[in-house]
Design a protein around this ligand. Structure first.
Ligand code: CAA
Length: 258
């Protein structure tokens, strides 16, 4: 069994999950990713967890997939083992919100892991990039697909084709991250956002995440129809009754997550 490379703690209804490899650059080895996915999927079944903050070390969110392992890969084993796909794609199955709190390097698979999250909050020292071209490879965990959706074609092409990094302020200007905070406030701010989400009704949180993600997977008409169906279905929830009653009675809603 491999050593623990993930540290997880609870801050109320928010899980704080840290990548904590022996190497502070957090190379995303298969073992680390397997452990990360186990923790994230365990949070999915924990009714007390409404949102997860994912962060790294003082030096890096993550410096990418494991170059040592990849240097020995051949096509047959990459294909047969579904390298990257086998484990990383399971992060997409998380229905509860994932908030990436990125300090230091988020390169290659590290940038891709951040982009798999629903919200990205960056420290002022964060560095994002897809440097795979410098290693003679194509990004393999969504860099060429999620980066253009986040920042547009020209900036994504520039980043992927030159391999040159984006600073936190550039990432903010391009829309890759939602906000930039001082390094010492990174975790506090990510948890604050997590708590702001977590105090709401869990099924509504999950439905909103599904609906926003649908915007990237469907035509506008299909997405609008999907949203309207969820909107109508919401009237079957006790929390809709409670939320509206609380508004009208000028009190805080006490959601029961059903
Ligand atoms: N995988 C494996 N080991 C890594 C690594 C990675 N992604 N990144 C860094 N390391 C290792 C280094 O080899 C070095 O190991 P040793 O101490 O045994 O020599 C150690 O971490 C420290 O690294 P540096 O000395 O390079 O540290 P630095 O502070 O000078 O530089 C850095 C930091 C700029 C992040 C630099 O390490 C770097 O450029 N790393 C590689 C980034 C990269 O190319 N990422 C993309 C990987 S490919 C990918 O992710 C594919 C995909 O899309 C899924």
């Amino acid at each position: 069994m491999s050593a623990a490379m993930i540290r997880s703690e609870r801050c109320g209804q928010v899980a704080l999950v840290r990548l904590a490899s022996d190497n502070p650059l957090n190379p995303l080895t298969d073992a680390l990713m397997d452990q990360l996915i186990d923790v994230l999927l365990r949070n999915e079944t924990d009714p007390q967890v409404h949102a997860t903050v994912l962060t790294g070390s003082d030096k890096a969110f993550a410096a990418g997939a494991d170059i040592v392992a990849m240097s020995k890969l051949d096509y047959a084993s990459a294909f047969s083992d579904d390298y990257i796909g086998r484990s990383w794609d399971r992060i997409r199955t998380a229905r509860k919100p994932l908030i990436a709190a990125v300090g230091g390097y988020a390169l290659g698979g590290g940038c891709e892991l951040a982009m798999m999250c629903d919200i990205v909050i960056a420290a002022d020292d964060a560095v994002f990039g897809q440097p795979e071209i410098k290693l003679g490879i194509v990004p393999g965990a969504g860099g060429t697909q999620r980066l253009p959706r986040a920042v547009g074609k020209s900036t994504a092409m520039l980043a992927c084709l030159t391999g040159e990094p984006l600073s936190a302020s550039e990432a903010l200007a391009y829309g890759l991250v939602s906000k930039v905070v001082a390094r010492k406030r990174l975790i506090e701010e990510a948890i604050r956002v997590g708590e702001q989400i977590a105090r709401h009704s869990l099924p509504v949180i999950v439905a909103i995440k599904e609906a926003v993600n649908r915007a990237f997977e469907s035509s506008l008409s299909e997405g609008l129809l999907f949203e309207r169906r969820l909107f109508h279905a919401g009237f079957s929830f006790a929390d809709q009754k409670e939320g509206m009653a609380a508004f009208l009675e000028r009190r805080q809603a006490a959601f029961q997550n059903r």
